[in-house]
Ligand binder design. Sequence first.
Ligand code: GLN
Ligand code: ZN
Length: 766
Amino acid sequence: MASHIVGYPRMGPKRELKFALESFWDKKSSAEDLKKVAADLRSSIWKQMSGAGIKYIPSNTFSYYDQVLDTTSMLGAVPPRYNWTGGEIGYDTYFSMARGNASVPAMEMTKWFDTNYHFIVPELGPDVKFSYASHKAVDEFKEAKALGVDTVPVLIGPVSYLLLSKPAKGVEKTFSLLSLLPKIIPIYKEVISELKAAGASWIQFDEPTLVLDLDSQQLQAFTAAYADLESTLSGLNVLIETYFADLTPEAYKTLIGLKGVTAYGLDLVRGTQTSDLVKKDFPKGKYLFAGVVDGRNIWANDLASSLSTLQALEAVVGKDKLVVSTSCSLLHTAVDLVNETKLDDEIKSWLAFAAQKVVEVNALAKALAGQKDEAFFSSNAAAQASRKSSPRVTNAAVQKAADALKGSDHRRATNVSARLDAQQKKLNLPILPTTTIGSFPQTVELRRVRREFKANKISEDDYVKAIEEEIKKVVNLQEELDIDVLVHGEPEASILQRNDMVEYFGEQLSGFAFTVNGWVQSYGSRCVKPPIIYGDVSRPKAMTVFWSSTAQSMTKRPMKGMLTGPVTILNWSFVRNDQPRFETCYQIALAIKDEVEDLEKAGINVIQIDEAALREGLPLRKSEHAFYLKWAVHSFRITNCGVKDTTQIHTHMCYSNFNDIIHSIIDMDADVITIENSRSDEKLLSVFREGVKYGAGIGPGVYDIHSPRIPSTEEIADRINKMLAVLETNILWVNPDCGLKTRKYEEVKPALNNMVAAAKQLRTKL
Ligand code: GLN
Ligand code: ZN
């Protein structure tokens, strides 16, 4: 009877690690305090898993910041600018790499596959001197052992580590990261030998890059790496863990051919074809770690269905060779349902967070071994059935409306250039019109008002009055600055943060539930709390019309309505697993469509529909991109296909690496897109330089709102000039990179003043 957990959330059920880290960084507590919180968390996780009966319990999946950075530390691959002088890497160097320090910025961070977890990207060049500089993996193994828990130490595998790295500055174009393999393998050997000496009998290498589109040279690197490690690994059981997608047949062949490996971990939730690969060909005598419990979602497992999958696999791999596991690390799900005080019992019965998933894995392993816990299985079956039939989940009218969208197309009747003409007649904007992205600074006063309203300390009337006053201030300021298209500043919701950007709308839509403690680590100490979409989505009543029309009544200038788009709401939520993502997305699109049309009726002529997360949802494998982009872009178009030509639809995206999806972005058919640009050194503009035609309005951000720095008029004018070299004058907009919520008024006022001055200066010259 064997069960395994790929990895476990580190933050703690109430984000204990977050608070300990932040207090340590603020120098409010000592390194000892931090160490104690971390050790307590690890110990309680190990004990919880061992108490639940899990056989293969992971260690070294804890991290003070990030597991890739931990590997960088293990290998001593500290970039020279951190002035590390050797020896064991301490907090100073570690957190400097993660977060920067007074004199050096942090290392780059990027998304971990298609999750919302972000890792610190290793920077490797031909000159790095590797050394065994963090004994964390061994220390944690020993720590668990001392607590009486025998664990499987987890390392990021050497090939995935290199494939996730980037070449150091100066050698970007020329350096082959995989050429470093022979240099890092010796460090891995040292670690493995120490783990063996400490009594480990299993070791897990996470090699998730095996699910990507790899060429034969990259696949060959896996073969070479494990052949090299084979003799050091002898005497250990070796698990190669993959997750997040199917393996291609070539990758699978490589995996099962690796020397010295005894077990393969496969994601059977996202990897829908994986079972077939196993059934066709599985090496005799090896273990299959079957990831049937979803690590990326919060739904209770359908135990009966998993059990039959497992039984079919057991027939192939052999009775004592099948291990029940999670599809990936539980890092990507919420921690413990026990702490959810606000969800009702019915919804709770449909859910399983990390702690509950551990119990599910064990129940499946027991059932497979003939010790089925009938009571547990039948209550699970009852919950599955109630979810299927609950009227809270199904709304026939919504289903029907969303069904009707499939296979059809939705576009505005008139083409974009004719629409822009019609809009210009109505809006009468100057060339190079100026605007902002939505939010204005959040003052202390504003935070207080929102907090007191939430705590019922002030009446709704007082709250509305306070928000109205804030909107008035923001409107007046924009008029003083002479901005052309205004925003209301989003004081009623802190929309800039992804939590709120989705939560604000989710709270007003049906089909959404919200947790109190359902936090998931995003990076370092940062966590997000995604809403749960459990049912068909509909919009009982208008969500933003009151605030937008109030704001519009305060000015003669056009006021932008401000909405979050369907794809972003979808990608930033825990979504249903009982229907395809695109169906849920279509339902949200219909709800947003109602809102767009109500805004139009209320006299709002410019409506911005933010799609900050459209690119994030791109599947890992290229072969799946086209399908995703098709329904995602379609969903966006559904929201605004019904508006008049004279209504101007904006969208906004906070990233600029969209060169590969530019045609889909054009296909969104927005009238104007505002987009981040200033941090990326014109990467964005290069696509237009290369000849892509863009006829809609476009506002590449002219300054970086992430920095307190105030850009000068000359600097902004210079940026605009560079854009004018590749884009037509009549389509260019002038705006910052993103919303201004995180900035202070002392920064925002002069920056916007210079932005408007730069636009005006250029207008006279054109
Ligand atoms: N309208 C939002 C704002 O300005 C956009 C936020 C975002 O793109 N992340 O705050
Ligand atoms: Zn943005």
